[in-house]
Design a protein around this ligand. Sequence first.
Ligand SMILES: C[S@@+](CC[C@H](N)C(=O)[O-])C[C@H]1O[C@@H](n2cnc3c(N)ncnc32)[C@H](O)[C@@H]1O
Length: 373
Amino acid sequence: MTIETGVLERYSAGAAAIQTDLCCPVDYDRELLAILPQEIIEKDYGCGDPSRYVKKGDVVLDLGSGSGKICYMAAQLVGDQGKVIGVDMNDDMLALARKYQSEMAQKLGSNRVAFVKGQIQDLALDLSAMNEHLAQYPIQKAEDIISLRAWQEKQRLESPLIGDNSIDLVVSNCVLNLVHDSDKEQLIREIFRVVKPGGRVAISDIICDERVPEHLKQNQHLWSGCISGALQELDFLDAFSKAGFIAVSYDKWESRPWQVVEGLEFRSVTITAVKPEHEPCIDKGHAVIYRGPYSEVYDDDGHVYLRGQRMAVCERTFRLLTGETYATDFIGILPAQEIEGKPWDCATGTLRPAAATKGGLHQNTCSPGGGCC
Ligand SMILES: C[S@@+](CC[C@H](N)C(=O)[O-])C[C@H]1O[C@@H](n2cnc3c(N)ncnc32)[C@H](O)[C@@H]1O
């Protein structure tokens, strides 16, 4: 049995009957659970609650949607202008999630949730379309595999399951660890591909305090049980930074491990990150002040921000640092007068003299703890 077939079997069983050993206690928002069918709530194999990060109007993608619990919770938060797509590779899980689709559409007031068949490490490939193709062109000889590969390439390009830059928020609940180690890098590249510039990810998953040794990875039961496929706690964050995400952070960190195996601690966490905007860096005279408490901090591009100093930033960085993600850390100072922008050519750590910013509007002036006058 391979890792994939082990995972398929385990979650087919999980769709048929509740698997108590796959349940990790999570404190979901009771109000959002109130309209969910009991079967969906009971067949919950998540380890966190990424629905907390959903905003009104978002297009949300849930990786490994299982019974559809997070999708149906998110659907209440996106409102009728938003949309939720759940992707899963398991037919039994997809059938379970779809079983309640029309009932939920009635309760929600519109059909804003879709469940699609795909592997989360290959979000361009539509596995339902591939099944239809295979019904017409079954594989009978080695050459058919070559033809199938060509069909897959064309399908990925011409009608991808999830298009480039199409998602506001990617969520996932206890699934990334199930993907084969050799596919994990591609998985995170795929997440990056589908998120819109400026879009976000909120991933709840299991991580390990040390790298998991090979003999535990070979244990099918531990792998399909969301344990031995877990990434080490720093490797998990680094994988997202390496793919190009910024503001990569541990938002939730469960202090009590969910499982301890051979002394290794496996715990539930939620990480959040942002896909940067692809705009040129134009200097128009903006500045930011890092509030503290640290004497200095660095961003993902290696720029330093000294506590209390007016640091010169380009317009794009200004928007990022004064936007929602970092709003509590930085005060923004707009240029007093509109000046013609020029491509950014300042060294990191360049200060903006007070004289150059005097009279400019200040943003995010309230301290995180309140205290505005
Ligand atoms: C631990 S369950 C989590 C289900 C759901 N997110 C929840 O919160 O209850 C893992 C789910 O991910 C699906 N899954 C695992 N590996 C996958 C992959 N590579 N591609 C797509 N789905 C996958 C499984 O079929 C299963 O439904």
